[in-house]
Write a new protein. Structure first.
Length: 272
DNA sequence: TACCATGGGGCCTACACAAA
DNA sequence: TTTGTGTAGGCCCCATGGTA
């Protein structure tokens, strides 16, 4: 859950705004929390001060020199962590993340996980949202995700590149771009979606993104997809469990991806 | 006619720096 | 120390033109 964002220039408070990277950061934060909850080795590394968090970390593809900012990375520290450093828990407040009691318990049980300058990257997270104009945004969604894993592995073959995609399955949507005025003065313009076809198209496109099973290959180490129902009108946001959302056992099922990535972390970085 | 690929554009956020 | 301003980069959205 996420609090509505700050007022845009018209005075509207949107749950989701395409021109902000807040939803990407929230998504990456959630993936990191679930990884921490699942991997005891990662928690131990945090406890031992062997890893730190990096936000908007710039990675450089050694082969091409291309740079890309990753939403969230888990990495080896480069030096002493100052006492004033932000923490993983602090980011939840900063991003306006509302946690369920279970999640609060998980977070409370974690050791302080500082945000600091990072060294060698162990895990790189990139989150993308496709909330409206599904088909139009397919090429860009593909390109941005594809360039993400290329850049991560261009910088470090061993790093785990994790992609997280949120797809909106709502039939209707209030676009902050289309509704460029203060709502309430005039009726909102509602964007109609062709569901479930739009959602299925996005899932099919994401399935085309390369994945890898060995560090010698090219592709994401894991991609998780969450299908949600977001009308963006201030009403409740629900997670869609049934089809077309990926089902347990599916390569893109979020829970399965987290378990797989936690196992991958445990085996790859046992010697850290 | 419907679908697809491309790239410009506007808004958001973070950050650095200057001025009060 | 606080506030204001400028800049850069990231986020899709969407108009446009090409293709099946």
């Amino acid at each position: 859950l996420q609090k509505p964002g700050p007022a845009d220039k018209y005075g509207n408070h949107w749950q989701y705004h395409s021109r902000s990277d807040r939803h990407s950061k929230v998504g990456s934060w959630g993936v990191a929390l679930d990884l921490l909850a699942t991997s005891s080795l990662l928690r131990r590394h945090v406890d031992d001060g062997k890893v730190v968090l990096g936000v908007n970390h710039t990675m450089t593809d050694f082969a091409t020199g291309r740079k890309k900012d990753l939403d969230l990375v888990i990495a080896r520290p480069t030096g002493a962590v100052p006492h004033t450093a932000k923490t993983f828990a602090g980011l939840a407040d900063q991003y306006g993340i509302v946690l369920e009691p279970v999640e609060q318990g998980v977070l409370a049980a974690l050791p302080a996980f500082p945000v600091n300058t990072v060294g060698a990257v162990l895990v790189a997270l990139e989150a993308k949202a496709c909330m409206t104009a599904h088909v139009k945004s397919l090429p860009r969604l593909y390109d941005e995700l594809n360039s993400s894993h290329l850049c991560v592995h261009g910088a470090s073959r061993q790093a785990l590149a994790i992609g997280y995609v949120q797809v909106n399955a709502a039939d209707q949507f209030l676009s902050p771009v289309v509704n460029n005025r203060l709502l309430g003065d005039t009726p909102a313009e509602v964007t109609e979606h062709r569901q479930p076809a739009d959602t299925e198209r996005v899932l099919k496109k994401v399935a085309e993104i390369p994945r890898r099973s060995a560090s010698s290959e090219s592709g994401f180490d894991g991609i998780g997809i969450t299908v949600l129902d977001l009308r963006n009108d201030g009403g409740p946001v629900t997670i869609v469990d049934g089809p077309p959302a990926p089902q347990p056992g599916d390569s893109f099922h979020y829970g399965s991806m987290i378990v797989r990535m936690a196992n991958e972390y445990d085996t790859t970085f046992a010697q850290v």
